[in-house]
Design a protein around this ligand. Structure first.
Ligand SMILES: Nc1nc2c(ncn2[C@@H]2O[C@H](COP(=O)(O)OP(=O)(O)OP(=O)(O)O)[C@@H](O)[C@H]2O)c(=O)[nH]1
Ligand SMILES: [Mg+2]
Length: 194
């Protein structure tokens, strides 16, 4: 059994320093606290039922999981969204987190528009780090928890985020409206991970 196979499915791991080695497609989930990053990972890649995600505890630090999805090996980084952990990710762990990224999923709670500006400041920092460490990475913004806003306002939320995040200036950014309770999430993930 290879090292990778041995690690797949094991308890997730707390990242403390540089991580070397090729563990598969590296995905990075970033966003403010409680936006739904760990829920997305567990619902899509670990078959957790959306209803039980209420029990998920806040992510402390940066966690890494090796998972399988559509016959692909994934190396999934989940950065706790509390400011302390975000700062740790952007300062102390910068190189190990932002190197070799295939896709950055930047998760926004679409119902919390007061947080959009703070989210944007971290998005800008993420882009800066990616341009340095993973210039070929794709960027995917999830306008998430769309079930919390009326159907007729969902497209507007996407528009507001797209404008604020200036996505038209980046050739490799896509934005999707998602919810763990709807098909939209799995469609978006399948479209981006090929
Ligand atoms: N309504 C709704 N709630 C969601 C959705 N996705 C996640 N949640 C809920 O949001 C809460 C926070 O989810 P987490 O996955 O822990 O959020 P997180 O971004 O990992 O949070 P940190 O680890 O603190 O950064 C949980 O109660 C989830 O059930 C969604 O699409 N819609
Ligand atoms: Mg989390």
């Amino acid at each position: 059994m290879s090292y990778l196979e041995e690690e797949i499915g094991q308890e997730d791991k707390l990242i403390k320093g540089s991580e070397n080695g090729d563990f598969g497609l590296k995905l990075l989930f970033l966003g403010l606290a409680q936006t739904g990053k760990s829920s997305i990972i567990q619902v899509i890649f670990e078959n957790r039922s959306p209803e039980t995600t209420k029990e998920i505890q806040a992510t402390l630090g940066v966690r890494r999981k090796l998972l399988e999805f559509s016959n692909l090996s994934l190396n999934v980084y989940d950065v706790g969204g509390q400011i302390t952990y975000l700062e740790e990710a952007f300062i102390d762990l910068r190189e190990s987190i932002f190197s070799h990224i295939k896709i950055l999923f930047f998760v926004i709670d679409a119902s919390k528009y007061h947080d959009f500006n703070l989210a944007k400041s971290y998005f800008d920092r993420a882009i800066k780090n990616l341009s340095e460490y993973s210039p070929d990475a794709s960027l995917v913004i999830l306008s998430h928890k769309s079930d919390l806003i009326p159907k007729e306002e969902r497209a507007k939320a996407v528009e507001v985020i797209s404008d604020l995040f200036e996505i038209e200036i980046y050739p490799n950014v896509e934005i999707f409206e998602t919810s763990i309770f709807e098909q939209s999430l799995s469609d978006a993930i399948k479209e981006t991970i090929k």
